[in-house]
Design a protein around this ligand. Structure first.
Ligand code: SF4
Ligand code: SF4
Length: 119
C-alpha cells in the first residue's frame, strides 16, 4: 500500500517535471524566434528613412501624434492654420524612421508617411 502511494507520487512528480521541461523548451523556442524577428526588423528599419506630410489646414493641434512618435520628431508649429490651430510639423526630420505611429493615431487622418530606402 505504502509502496503504491510512493510510486504514484513519484509518477506525478516525474510528469510535472516533464511538463515543465516541455513548457520551458517551447517558451525558449518562441523567445528565440521573437529575438530573430526583432533583429531582422531593426536591420530593415535601419535602412529606411521616413518623412511625413501634415494636412495643415485640417490639423487641430491636439498633439496626439507628438506623444505617439517614438523618435521625438514632431512638434507644434509656431504658426497657425486658417482655423487658428497650431499644427503639427517635423521639428527633427532627420530622426524620422517612417514607423507611421503618428499617422495611425491621428484622429483626423491628417498625416501621410513616406519611406525611402537608404543604401
Ligand atoms: S494628431 Fe492629427 S490633428 Fe492632432 S496634432 Fe497631430 S496631425 Fe494634428
Ligand atoms: S513616422 Fe514614426 S518616426 Fe516619423 S514622425 Fe511619424 S511617428 Fe515619428
Amino acid at each position: 500500500m505504502i509502496a503504491d502511494k510512493l510510486s504514484n507520487n513519484h509518477n506525478k512528480k516525474a510528469f510535472r517535471e516533464k511538463t515543465l521541461r516541455e513548457d520551458l523548451k517551447s517558451n525558449f523556442k518562441s523567445l528565440y524566434l521573437l529575438h530573430n524577428q526583432t533583429n531582422q526588423y531593426l536591420d530593415i528599419m535601419a535602412k529606411i528613412k521616413g518623412s511625413i506630410v501634415v494636412a495643415q489646414e485640417r490639423c487641430k493641434g491636439c498633439e496626439v501624434c507628438i506623444s505617439a512618435c517614438p523618435c521625438d520628431v514632431l512638434a507644434l508649429s509656431d504658426k497657425v492654420n486658417g482655423k487658428g490651430y497650431h499644427y503639427a510639423m517635423m521639428a527633427q526630420p532627420d530622426k524620422c524612421t517612417g514607423c507611421a505611429s503618428c499617422a495611425i493615431i491621428c484622429p483626423d487622418s491628417c498625416i501621410v508617411v513616406y519611406r525611402q530606402k537608404v543604401e
